[in-house]
Write a protein that binds this ligand. Structure first.
Ligand code: BGC
Length: 762
């Protein structure tokens, strides 16, 4: 009897063990194959195994065609519209920027990739909503790593809500070029701040079981000529500037994917750059994830595959049939093909997209609002506040003029692949947005406007005041309203976008003239900037108060009003320098803007006289400033910026004292000596020993300290030897140079009341 029971029980027990440890999953459950599909053990579903072990087990099961299928997307030339098999697979795409079919028989999910720099992009075509967060540069202006984490986590959750499992959102190209149209989706000019902020954002995102990326690797620091230009920089400079932001971002965030950029570096395309991809990223930095090309940035099969590119997007021009042929002929070794596939599989296990696939649901709109508003409030930078004009005292103000930039309906956003669709459609309809105003700086006020209206938010805070709006198109009319009002608030916007740079840093659409006219009419004029990055301010001496709200997202208006009326005490600090004029920049004109476009040769068979397109010929971008990016240039060249890196005022004031510095840590005290609670981003800069050839100072540490009125806190910050090092190209390693290091502590890169010198010995 016992024996019989035992025999009966055995298959059941064996089955239970298999399910528990090998995760037998029917293909139907995983959504891939039809009913009746064979159930086979899937030992790679054992979560006790490492991501590497699990990837290895799946790899051993894959056919050559299945492997190739994981290495390219299905877009643009990925198959034939007439081919029903292709159509059936392509129909599974979630509508994002990229789609790579999985292998259902083994339980590998489709990779559904969405742009998600400032929220999940392009939901409109499918009627989907996602939170429009403030631009990433606004998040950088918070200098708050916890908020960076929350920013990433929110995007991660909303990607899952929509059924995506891969984010294309981790932009960290350094702000070398303030006219770059994509600066709004990056993290500013300092590699330590940028790399740290992006790293924490990626952590937040990947903690939601999403494959996170970091992009665009590397030196895609402007849009002009991005698909044609070659950037020249020596190794030391690259490592200490642009690549340092990536190195820190990867170290902190451990993204599962790196997107290589469009441009060339030293003549080689970034997506087939052996030093960058194989040597640096995979070998020196030990990056275990996969390298995906930017969309259309693959230029070869064998060269790219051997240099370290793992996946072509969005189509299969080089990594489809051509890659299969190259593998069959031995040009690309099977071992390298397996490495490409293993990296993707490993990332799928490491990120959790296989164990915790996304479950679609309505995003939590209210949580999204709260995060968006917190980032907007914390990232707002009070640039100037003379005579305590701000905050406005709501009970005493009888009349307020709100002027310009569609402040009656919404706030602007950055364009291109980062664009999050506006809830209910753009608050400014295209003809109204693009019509009229003369365009300066190459960028008008077109684009998408989120329905968060500063006018309404201001009215709500000042219910007893008469609040009137003027659209700002007629300066004289706006000035007349300002003159008749207690206070004038001019909202000045600059819409920027991927694919286009500004030719200069002026506000577009005659807004400089508008501000000057309003300021002449009312000495209590406040300027609220909604820009992608720095702008010049020829009127700065005429207005008492200015703050930078960036692209403030879906709760932008509420954040702006909260800062205006003092419900929020500003704590943001500039993540980039604001220059006085373009002439003060390392390049007075945008590199490439003086290159003449050439006619594109007519395609064979084109009718005579057919309209010819033009495009830029290849050109070099030589960043002659080298290590002197942003504030380092202004410091080294002794130029006074309009507002320095790290600058940002508060409605209270802070005093610094008691600096004690050693080679490994600095301690100092910050006191709130005003009457309001506030938070100060205390910044530590280091000047390296003479003879290192470094700019005068670099950011090495900071802390955001919250203080009640009269409260003091003693802050101790570690000095990370890595951040004090220089890169020795000959030895191919970071080097901590012995000698005297100057330590500067204070409220911005230019206002550092505490100084000390520490000696580092051999
Ligand atoms: C952009 C990437 C983006 C991709 C997919 C490219 O043009 O440079 O940042 O992720 O398109 O939309």
């Amino acid at each position: 009897m016992h024996t019989r029971m035992a025999r009966l029980r055995r298959p059941f027990l064996l089955g239970a063990i298999l399910i528990a440890s090998f995760g037998i999953v029917s293909a139907q459950q995983r959504g891939g194959q039809g009913a009746g599909a064979e159930q086979r053990p899937r030992p790679w579903m054992d979560t006790a195994l490492s991501a590497d072990e699990r990837a290895g087990l799946v790899l051993a099961e894959l056919t050559l065609d299945e492997k190739i299928g994981l290495l390219h997307g299905m877009g643009r030339g990925g198959g034939s519209a007439q081919d029903p098999a292709f159509q059936a697979v392509a129909a599974r795409s979630n509508g994002g920027a990229g789609f790579v079919p999985g292998v259902a028989r083994l339980g590998l999910p489709d990779l559904q990739m969405a742009d998600s720099a400032v929220g999940v992009a392009r939901g409109a075509s499918r009627g989907r909503y996602s939170t429009a967060l403030p631009s990433t540069v606004a998040a950088a202006a918070t200098w708050d790593v916890k908020l960076a984490y929350e920013y990433g986590a929110l995007i991660g959750r909303e990607l899952r809500d929509q059924g995506y499992n891969v984010s294309l959102g981790g932009g960290v190209n350094l702000l070398r070029e303030p006219r770059n149209g994509r600066n709004f989706e990056y993290q500013g000019e300092d590699p330590v701040l940028a790399g740290t902020m992006i790293g924490h954002r990626i952590r937040g995102l990947q903690d939601q079981h999403i494959v996170g990326d970091i992009k665009h690797f590397a030196l895609n620091d402007q849009e002009t000529g991005r698909q044609i230009a070659s950037v020249t920089l020596d190794t030391r400079v690259m490592r200490e500037t642009d690549l340092l932001a990536f190195e820190l971002g990867i170290r902190i965030g451990k993204p599962n994917m790196v997107m290589c950029s469009y441009n060339r570096i030293g003549g080689d395309w970034a997506c087939e750059h052996d030093y960058l991809l194989s040597g640096l990223l995979k070998k020196s930095w030990d990056f275990k994830g996969w390298v995906v090309s930017d969309w259309g940035a693959t230029h070869s099969t064998t060269k790219a595959a051997l240099a370290g590119l793992d996946q072509e997007m969005p189509g299969d021009t080089f990594f489809g049939a051509a890659l299969k042929k190259a593998v069959e002929s031995g040009e690309v070794p099977m071992a390298r093909l397996d490495d490409m596939v293993r990296r993707i599989l490993r990332a799928e296990f490491a990120s959790g997209i296989i164990d915790n696939p996304p479950v679609t649901r309505v995003p939590d709109v209210l949580v999204g609002f709260a995060v968006a508003q917190r980032v907007a409030e914390s990232g707002t930078v009070l640039l100037k506040n003379d005579r305590g004009v701000l905050p406005l005292g709501a009970p005493t103000i009888r009349s307020i003029a709100v002027i310009g930039s569609h402040a009656d309906v919404g706030v602007p956003s950055g364009g291109g692949s980062a664009q999050v669709d506006a809830a209910g459609g753009s608050a400014v309809k295209p003809p109204a947005a693009t019509g009229g105003g003369q365009r300066q700086g190459g960028m008008g006020r077109g684009g998408t406007w989120h329905p968060s209206a500063p006018l309404a938010a201001i009215k709500a805070r000042a219910p007893r005041a008469k609040v009137a709006f003027d659209d700002g198109t007629d300066s004289a009319q706006a000035a007349a309203l300002a003159k008749a009002s207690d206070v004038a608030i001019v909202v000045a916007a600059q819409v920027t976008s991927e694919g286009r740079d500004m030719t200069n840093l002026s506000l577009p659409d005659n807004q400089d003239q508008l501000i000057a006219a309003v300021a002449a009419a009312n000495p209590r004029t406040i300027v609220v900037l909604e820009t992608g990055g720095p702008v010049t301010m020829p009127w700065i001496d005429k207005v008492p108060a200015v703050f930078e709200a960036w692209y403030p997202g879906i709760r932008g208006a509420e954040a702006i009003a909260a800062v205006l009326f003092g419900d929020v005490n500003p704590t943001g600090k500039l993540p980039m320098t604001f220059p006085k004029s373009e002439a003060d920049l390392p390049h007075a004109v945008l590199p490439g803007s003086d290159v003449t476009p050439q006619p594109v040769p007519a395609p064979a068979g084109a009718p005579a006289g057919a309209q010819r397109r033009t495009q830029l010929p290849p050109f070099d971008i030589i960043y002659t400033e080298g290590l002197k990016v942003g504030y380092k240039w202004f410091d080294a060249e002794n130029k006074a910026p309009l507002f320095p890196f790290g600058h940002g005022l508060s409605y209270t004031t802070f005093a610094y004292s008691g600096l004690k510095a050693t080679a490994t840590a600095v301690t100092f005290t910050v006191k709130n000596n005003g009457t309001r609670a506030g938070a100060e981003v205390a910044q530590v800069y280091a000047g390296l020993p003479d003879g290192t050839g470094e700019p005068p100072r670099r950011l090495v540490a900071w802390e955001k300290v919250t203080l009640a009125p009269g409260e003091s806190k003693t802050v101790t910050l570690t000095l990370d030897p890595f951040l004090l090092s220089i890169f020795d190209s000959a030895a191919d390693r970071w080097q901590l140079v012995p000698g005297d290091y100057k330590i500067f502590v204070g409220t911005s890169s230019r206002n550092t009341p505490l100084t000390a010198t520490v000696r580092l010995r051999d």
